[in-house]
Design a protein around this ligand. Structure first.
Ligand code: NAD
Length: 551
């Protein structure tokens, strides 16, 4: 009988598979479940509520076994976390193809998903959980850092010094918020109902201190703000209870957002329920739990709107909390914007997005060498330099050492090819897995998040992520995935991912050049098609072909 056990990816250069492409998939699957990386590894849950790396332990074992014997011209097919076939393909084809959590339109709701999940027929893949390129909280750190930097640029003269940000959710992704705020020199109060989430973030140095009470948190925050000293403060409690209280008491908050797992009503604790009873209540009465969670989210969002009315900068951080509050009948739920239209869309229009890589050697020194290569490659990019320097100093590696930075069209391929050369020359101790989040410029359709308020109204068009996956397969990615639901929940998004392995061979170099050009190229053409001027200029300047603009 296979069951929970600690999983850790092998390190070093000894292969347990027949080639580095397969070995990389194997190590990254295992790395996703490393207790340092995954939020609940014994349940195969990596992050984002119930985002899993494998459907069950038997499926995990079967994937490990299959990857170890998979040949260079074979492809393993994964259906929602379970390996369902091995097909003969060819050397340029991906070694793994993954489809997670996809349901036909009219059936794509939580109720039907959970019915199928209970029958053992599907699992929730989130974004990088089921596609094996989650790198711990750092993965989201850089995006969160960029977002808070954009807030600072828009409203606070380029710095968060002297401001207080209020947010909730210190989980796998939300845990990046306190560090992202302090990296921008601000003060953050971060609420979570789970004391372990607070402790974990302090242990990983993402969070500075824990307050004993709301009054204590406010006192610490105001002191630090007045001294323009960065500080992040963890506060135990329910956001739906604390935010309305803080609003009523006139708490001096400048910025409000949220990263509780609101996209999944069974992962959001309703007011009046003890944290210790959460799991059993959700399992016993999912419908009752959902109703109460949505009512609490309505209170939570109502308080966020109250802070907005009082002059704070308020945005939805991609967890569907506005949609859930609206379902509970709160009419002003969409009064504040999502973070993508508010801050990120111009970056997406340039093909920029969360590029990341992991050192399969397990050596931190490999990442430090790649950091240096990135600085050498892009000497003129100041914010990139600032990020790489801060990340080098402050990011605690979880699992295999990894790095993330946002790069655009014409940049990712350069970095990838340089990395492959560094593997070939022996400068790096072993190959790298190069991938990205599904939250990228041309890889997702998500009307409450990445494609909210598109210029041409094409928010819900899901052809783009499907084309993205297909072009990555055609370009030589090592594994490619198509998921449904992700960070915003069932029925609300379709998105694709790719990982390409730099193993130092000439073939890998060829694949990397194509994948890392075409993948961000999807972001450029998607935004040209929707009428964004920045995308038009990028396409014209950097030679991205768009047939409807030719002739
Ligand atoms: P997670 O499940 O690891 O953590 C969620 C945290 O919220 C937990 O620590 C939980 O204790 C806490 N929580 C639940 N109910 C609460 C309540 N009522 N009050 C206070 N705390 C409460 O999830 P995660 O990986 O951190 O992701 C958080 C959310 O952000 C998800 O909805 C995810 O889909 C979304 N997300 C956004 C982005 C983005 O780019 N903005 C990216 C990934 C994920």
């Amino acid at each position: 009988m296979s069951g929970p056990r600690p999983v850790r990816a092998p390190r070093g250069t000894e292969l347990s598979a027949l080639g580095w492409q397969q070995e990389a998939a194997l190590r990254m699957l295992q790395n996703n479940l490393d207790p340092e990386v995954a939020e609940h590894p014994d349940k195969l849950v990596v992050y984002g509520g119930t985002g899993k790396a494998a459907r069950d332990w038997r499926s995990f074992d079967a994937m490990v076994r299959t990857l170890r014997t998979l040949k260079q011209d074979e492809t393993m097919l994964v259906q929602s976390g379970r390996p369902v076939g091995v097909m003969q393909t060819h050397e340029w084809a991906p070694r793994v193809l993954i489809a997670n959590s996809n349901l036909v339109g009219d059936w794509a709701n939580w109720e039907e998903f959970r019915r199928l999940e209970a029958l053992g027929l599907t699992m929730y893949g989130q974004m990088t959980a089921g596609s094996w390129i989650y790198i711990g909280t750092q993965g989201i750190l850089q995006g969160t850092y960029e977002t808070f930097a954009a807030v600072a640029a828009k409203k606070f003269n380029g710095t968060l010094a002297g401001t207080i940000t209020l947010t909730a959710g210190l989980g796998g992704m939300g845990g990046a918020q306190p560090l992202a705020v302090t990296m921008n020199d601000g003060v953050a109060i971060c609420i979570d109902v789970d004391p372990r989430a607070i402790e974990r973030r302090i242990e990983h140095r993402y969070l500075d201190v824990r307050a004993d009470s709301l009054e204590h948190a406010l006192q610490l925050a105001v002191e630090a703000r007045d001294q323009r000293r960065p500080l992040s403060i963890g506060l135990l409690g329910n956001a739906a209870d604390l935010l309305p209280r803080m609003l009523a008491e006139g708490a001096p908050v400048d910025i409000v957002t949220d990263q509780t797992s609101a996209h999944d009503p069974l992962a959001y604790l309703p007011v009046g329920v003890d944290f210790d009873d959460m799991a059993s209540y959700a399992a016993k009465d999912p419908a009752g739990f959902t109703t109460r969670a949505r009512e609490s989210m309505a209170r939570h969002v109502e308080a966020m709107v109250g802070f907005m009315d009082a002059g704070a900068e308020v945005f939805d951080y991609g967890n569907s909390i506005r949609g859930e509050a609206q379902l509970a009948g709160y009419e002003r739920a969409f009064a504040f914007p999502g973070f993508v239209p508010a801050y990120i869309r111009p970056l997406f229009s340039e093909g920029k997005g969360p590029f990341r890589w992991a050192a399969l050697s397990g050596e931190a020194s490999d990442i430090h060498k790649t950091d240096k290569a990135i600085l050498d490659l892009f000497p003129e990019n100041e914010s990139l330099h600032r990020w790489i320097k801060l990340a080098g100093e402050r990011v605690h590696f979880q699992g295999l050492p990894a790095r993330i930075c946002w790069l655009g069209y014409g940049e990712r391929d350069k970095a990838g090819e340089r990395f492959n050369d560094m593997v070939a020359s022996g400068e790096l101790a072993a190959p790298l897995a190069i991938g990205r989040d599904h939250l990228d410029c041309g890889s997702v359709a998500s009307p409450y998040r990445e494609t909210e308020a598109m210029l041409d109204g094409s928010d819900a068009i899901a052809d783009w992520p499907l084309l993205n996956a297909m072009v990555n397969v055609a370009s030589g990615a090592s594994w490619v995935s198509i998921h449904h639901g992700g960070g915003v929940g069932m029925g609300r998004s379709i998105h694709a991912g790719q990982v390409t392995v730099a193993d130092g061979t000439a073939l890998a170099g060829e694949k990397i050049r194509r994948v890392l050009t075409n993948d961000p190229g999807m972001g450029v053409i998607r935004h040209v098609d929707a009428g964004y001027d920045i995308a038009e200029s990028v396409a014209a300047e950097r030679g991205v072909r768009v047939p409807m603009r030719e002739g």
